[in-house]
Design a protein around this ligand. Sequence first.
Ligand SMILES: C[S@@+](CC[C@H](N)C(=O)[O-])C[C@H]1O[C@@H](n2cnc3c(N)ncnc32)[C@H](O)[C@@H]1O
Length: 334
Amino acid sequence: MTTATTYAEFAAREAHGVSPTYERLALAVSRDEEVLALLGTLPPAKRQPNLLFGVVRFLGGPVEDPAAFRDYTAANWPAIEARLRTRATQTNEAGRCAVLLPVLASLPQPLALLEVGASAGLCLYPDRYAYRYADHVVGSGEPVLECAATGVAPSRLPDVVWRAGLDLNPLNATDPADVAWLEALVWPEHAHRRARLRAAAAIVAAEPPLLVRGDLVDDLPALAARAPAGATLVVFHTSVLYQVPEPRRAAFADLVRGLPGHWIANEAPGLLPYDALPTPPDGQALHTVLALDGTPLAWTRPHGQAIIWFGQLCPLPDVSSVTAELDSDEEVGG
Ligand SMILES: C[S@@+](CC[C@H](N)C(=O)[O-])C[C@H]1O[C@@H](n2cnc3c(N)ncnc32)[C@H](O)[C@@H]1O
């Protein structure tokens, strides 16, 4: 696929209906020979729309007006290029804890959490956030993670005694530049997600987790071995495996199945070999698959906005009944 096609497809498939700003911008870039030529000097993985738009926003450049964006990009290319080469798209969305929580709450407590692809580790604090599933509230304080749920919602927060993250490029919630980068990755219209990110990053910065630089296959056994005895080890990941090539995904699945404890995956369909999945609830919206120990349980929305249990009934213990209308909402990007 050419870079022009990548941007046109991004406009049509990812930004359309979600971010008018990025839809307009991506379409303009797809037709702009000068910006495309600049992008052509970079490795293919560094040409992607989310990365370019995030870098320009990180540097304080304009994204609302495509002509102003083009002028800024041409005039500031050395600074933009340097960041494109060193930064990566690693959006960290605490909202995804809302779909992890019912599974975490159902496991034998206390828990030792190990997240692969943790980014800044915001999803390692499911016990510190508040949640609202329709009118069913769990926890207190900020951020409050809203989730439309059919069937059930958890009745308790998990008891977390150890938390560790593994990432090729861990970000540091105590570093203002890393938090600014995470903010720049949130799409322009999604102010509520930026507010959520700031609130979650403050919690993480107050008590940073153990974050280890490493690969989810090569370095997982050594980190898992550091989990304390007497706690249930839970290896989990959300929106990571799309960045991992297929042979490595299979190697990771084999590896994690051999570890003690439990494995929670929340990933796009097609990335793990599930036997059969029901039809997603809404053909237009992107959904991810929530699975426990290799068994798919529910469709989830990519930022944790909704859980739709397969068969309407949650198979997990220790959850109370709640029924909510699904929100058609909202974003999928970023
Ligand atoms: C889109 S971010 C998701 C972050 C977090 N899981 C969340 O849901 O908010 C994906 C993360 O996976 C990391 N990653 C990608 N491939 C990896 C690998 N082979 N080993 C470890 N981390 C990896 C990236 O560096 C990035 O931080």
